[in-house]
Design a protein around this ligand. Sequence first.
Ligand SMILES: [Zn+2]
Length: 117
Amino acid sequence: MTKTKMTKEIFGVKSPNKECTDAKCPFHGQISVKKELFKGKVVKKDINGSATIEWFRPYFVPKYERYEVRRSRMRVHNPQCVDAQIGQEVTVARSRPLSKTKNHIILGIVESEAKKQ
Ligand SMILES: [Zn+2]
């Protein structure tokens, strides 16, 4: 596969309007992603192209026969062209390890149903 071609859509997420020179960008760079998708909210962001996302999941506690809320967090790559901001819902996909803590890349921002209407 030629690497120069720009990818328009990955797993139903359309490429951002912006161009970028990020090598770790799944749309414009030379990196591929696997179909292992996660959704979460951006809680931290830095200038080096990294972000932290979190989401909550119910966890069943057999002793009390009830669910408790557990939090999952993940360090992800935030490509220049996506540039997700704190508070936004994003979709991330698995890639090769990008650094010690990053194995996933943000594909795009999830637009909430309320905003679309
Ligand atoms: Zn890009």
